[in-house]
Structure formats: C-alpha cells, structure tokens
Design a binder for this molecule. Structure first.
Ligand SMILES: N[C@@H](CCC(=O)N[C@@H](CS)C(=O)NCC(=O)O)C(=O)O
Length: 200
C-alpha cells in the first residue's frame, strides 16, 4: 500500500492506523500548494480531488476520504481490535464520532488555514472550532480514555490529527483539560509516535 500524505495534515490519521495494524506501506509526500509529488508527478493524476489522504491499495486502486480509509484499514485487521463489528451500536458510535470530526471539527479549521481570511473570518472560525472542542471535552467528561470509550479507535487518530492544529493557530488547549489528557494518551502510543516520526 502507498499512503499519499502531507506532513501535519489529516493524513496523519490513516498513517497512525497503518502503524496500529502493523501494515506494510510506503509514504508518498504531496506538496498541497502545487499539487505535486516529490517525483514531479501531478497528484491529481492519483486523485482528481487533489487532497490527502489517498491510499493506493494492493490492486493499484486508490481510496480517498479519510473516514473511508481508516474504516477500511481497521476492518482489514480485526485482530488489532480497533473497530467494533459492523451492525453494532458501538460501531455506529465510532462512525458518529468520525463524522463529527470530519464535517464539524475538521472543516471548522478551514478559514484559519486560508491566508485570504479576514480577521473577522478568523475570529468566527476560532469560535466555531472552540465550540466543536467543547463537544469533544463533553465526550471525554466521564473519564473515558478514548473518544468512544475504553477502546482506541480511528476516531482517536483522526481527532488527534485535527486537534493538533490548535497549536499552529494560537488556540490554547488548556481550556479543555480532558482533551489535553486525551491528546497526551494518544500521543504516547507507540504507533502514533512512529507515524509522526515517519512524517518528519
Ligand atoms: N474530504 C476529505 C478532505 C481532506 C482534506 O481536507 N485534506 C486537506 C489536508 S488536511 C487537503 O488535502 N487540503 C488541500 C486542498 O484541499 O487543496 C477527507 O475527509 O479526506
């Protein structure tokens, strides 16, 4: 398998899951500004979306959308225990959290990464991100170790990859103490450390 990624981007989430399941894979770094690969190939020839993550599978086909990728990887390695079985309410809870991260938290950061955003747009985006982090803080309020309970799931890898962006955007996470503890727990996992080291 080959994971197309950009350092620090949401592609860190499938990178973590690939390490969690012990998969053999290579990384292909994408320059998102120019949409080029290090080997001078237009990344849009890999995916017309021009976005990471994209995962080239063993048969040469390419799977995009971070949520689909991590669910596929977790399902492909049941022994790793990263995802409850399809059809269970526990599984729906993981999908619920993945969807929240993708469509609410992740996308709320958009204006903060856009150099053309006005000060007002940035302030509004910061407030929106903060309100989404309030939801995560509430999720962790019962003392659970991971976002969906006692089991580390792809919701944690995705939530971790996105929540890290607060550090680049001047959002002080100390307002959310349960999130700070959870980020430390996720960041301490060997697979997470290995994934981050390979991106550096
Ligand atoms: N819908 C996609 C969005 C992925 C996404 O937003 N990727 C960002 C990096 S975190 C990206 O490639 N940005 C460059 C661009 O949109 O041109 C998914 O969930 O995987």
């Amino acid at each position: 398998m080959k994971l197309y990624y950009s350092p620090g981007a949401c592609s860190l989430s499938p990178n973590i899951i690939l390490h969690e399941i012990g998969a053999e894979f290579v990384l292909a770094r994408v320059d998102l500004a120019t949409k080029t690969l290090e080997v001078s190939r237009d990344f849009r020839s890999v995916t017309a979306k021009g976005q990471v993550p994209a995962l080239e599978l063993g048969d040469g086909s390419v799977l995009t959308e971070g949520v689909a990728i991590v669910l596929h990887l977790a399902d492909s390695a049941p022994a790793a225990g990263l995802i409850p079985p399809a059809g269970s309410i526990a599984r729906a809870r993981v999908q619920e959290m993945l969807n929240f991260i993708a469509t609410e938290l992740h996308k709320a950061f958009g204006p903060l990464f856009n150099p053309a955003s006005s000060a007002d747009a940035r302030a509004a985006a910061t407030a929106l991100v903060s309100s989404k982090l309030d939801v995560l803080e509430g999720q962790l309020a019962d003392g659970r170790h991971w976002l969906c309970g006692s089991q580390f799931t792809p919701a944690d890898s995705y939530g971790f990859a996105v929540t890290r962006w607060t550090a680049f955007q001047g959002i002080d996470l100390n307002r959310w103490p349960a999130i700070v503890d959870w980020m430390d727990r996720v960041g301490s996992r060997p697979a997470v450390k290995d994934a981050m080291a390979r991106e550096a």
